[in-house]
Design a binder for this molecule. Structure first.
Ligand code: ADP
Length: 499
């Protein structure tokens, strides 16, 4: 059973949740894995085990898919009035909000992020996503069409749920990613199997209890804990699934596409990024320095849209790099629940190894460490916020996604915006970017020239349920959030009546 070196700072409710026997949520019931197997969940600040969770495998996946299939084909969910669906979703949002503190603590202890961030960002944004999408439930409609076909016809479209949806999520914003996936699928009338990241299952397991309390019919939402190969792969390949929605690495994204090919299920992907933050000489430099530092160091750089390539005009390059380095040097590393924490540990040992070896490869290829570069403590997975200079696009640290608190600074000299954009666009990714300037014309011209799904001007990491988010190029297929995400979960049916 679980060993429980529970952080003395957690509340009694969180401690109580951690001592419960963890269960997955399938067909409205809390269940162990069919095999009875479990695996440990670690506190990344200490490397200690927090609890154990069930290890789903093919049989559990099959049970969950059958439950979702029944709920969709026979059950009330897609047939319920949109208003009733919206009300249950709103109820879930209310319950989540009532338990915000507990969720924030669980997220912090599981993922490593500062409690203050989970409290101010992760949990409220998840609440908002359920509310925003609850509102869409009543606003999904088709259109009437004018035909040129000879004769007299009445044609219209129906927008219908795609069916049973498999959703596979990562560990960087565990509850928020669950909300990004669940909320639009539920609003459209789909039934879901959600596979959590093995590193961070806790908040969504707690969410399952609220799903039950909110009154979702059995099988509408099924939540599985397990590993990629053991649970994710059979889910992505399952013939009973109509669509798979994935957020994670490009490597696994490619596997999902292959797995989905069997029954040609629909696929949407939100993948990696190597987002440029571009600072022009006319920018408000204090704002740009603070903003580009936050662009990379927020959530320890574990954001697919992290501003990991810092492009600065040569006239202000030294000042900006020095400013960002000073901020990095002053960031307080501590366990997420420590009130002084500004940056917690990376999520896992694997991620710690990955980020530190990227830093080493940068140094080996000639990059200079302006600040950071080391590990941040004798236990836990802490890595210092790091600024690398003397970098170029041929280096792995510049071309590949690190997913850690490491920024590569480069300068540009050109006044020609096409040339600046060419440099910034030199990436297989196209997820996000930020442009720092006080010149309106530069800002909007660059916004058109950058090939990414999000462009922020004089800001970075601004997220809202209404803003579509997703990638150009190899950063993904489709969009999350906003009205646009509904397309991921809807089929369009054209109906034509001869009059
Ligand atoms: P990261 O590299 O950030 O850990 P991954 O892409 O490896 O991200 O994982 C994201 C999600 O994909 C996790 O839920 C993980 O379990 C799942 N996953 C990993 N491998 C596979 C696979 N072969 N098939 C389906 N899902 C997978």
């Amino acid at each position: 059973m679980a060993t429980l070196p529970i952080d003395s700072r957690v509340s009694a409710r969180t401690a109580d949740f951690l001592t419960q026997s963890q269960r997955m949520f399938v067909d409205g019931r809390f269940v162990a894995a069919a095999s009875g197997k479990t695996f440990p969940v670690y506190n990344p600040a200490t490397g200690e085990i927090l609890t154990h969770v069930p290890e789903a495998e093919a049989e559990d996946v099959d049970r969950a898919v059958r439950a979702a299939r029944r709920a969709f084909d026979e059950g009330p969910w897609p047939r319920m009035t949109p208003s009733a669906r919206g009300r249950i979703m709103w109820k879930l949002a209310d319950l989540l909000e009532e338990n915000l503190e507990e969720f924030a603590e669980l997220e912090s202890i599981d993922n490593g992020k500062p409690l203050s961030v989970a409290r101010a960002a992760d949990i409220p944004l998840a609440v908002d996503m359920f509310r925003y999408m609850a509102g869409w439930a009543t606003k999904i409609s088709g259109s009437t069409l004018s035909l040129s076909f000879p004769g007299d016809f009445h044609s219209y479209t129906l927008r219908e749920p795609v069916g049973v949806v498999a959703q596979i999520i990562p560990w960087n914003f565990p509850l928020l990613m669950a909300a990004w996936k669940l909320a639009p699928a539920l609003a459209t009338g789909c039934c879901v199997i959600l596979k959590l990241a093995e590193q961070t299952p806790l908040t969504s397991l707690r969410l399952a209890q609220l799903v039950h309390e909110a009154g979702f019919p059995d099988g509408v939402i099924n939540i599985l804990t397990g590993f990629g190969e053991g649970a994710g792969a059979p889910l992505a390949a399952h013939d009973g699934v109509d669509k798979v929605a994935f957020t994670g690495s490009n490597e696994v994204g490619r596997m999902i596409v292959k797995a989905a090919a069997g029954n040609l299920k629909k696929v949407s992907l939100e993948l990696g990024g190597k987002s440029p933050a571009i600072v022009f000489p006319d920018a408000d430099l204090d704002r740009a320095i603070a903003g580009t530092a936050s662009a990379i160091f927020f959530n320890h750089g574990q954001c697919c849209c992290a501003g990991s390539r810092l492009f600065v005009h040569e006239r202000i390059y030294d000042r900006v790099v020095e400013g960002v380095s000073n901020i990095a040097a002053g960031i307080k590393l501590a366990p997420g629940l420590d009130p002084s924490c500004e940056m917690g540990p990376l999520v896992s040992e694997e991620q710690f190894q990955r980020v530190t070896s990227y830093i080493q490869s940068g140094v080996d290829q000639g990059a200079k460490v302006a600040v950071g570069g080391g590990v941040g403590g004798d236990r836990g997975y802490f890595v210092q916020p790091t600024v690398l200079t003397n970098t170029n696009p041929r280096m792995k640290v510049v071309s590949e996604e690190i997913f850690g608190p490491v920024v590569c600074a480069q300068s540009f000299s050109d006044a020609d915006l096409d040339a600046v954009a060419l440099q910034a666009n030199e990436s297989i990714y196209g997820l996000a970017s930020s442009i720092w300037t006080n010149d309106l014309s530069t800002a909007h011209k660059m916004a058109k020239r950058i090939r990414s799904g999000t462009v922020w001007i004089n800001c970075h990491n601004v997220f809202d349920a209404s803003l579509p988010f997703g990638g150009y190029k190899q950063s993904g297929w489709g969009r999350e959030m906003g009205e646009e995400v509904l397309n991921n979960y809807l089929e369009t049916k054209a109906v034509t009546v001869a009059l």
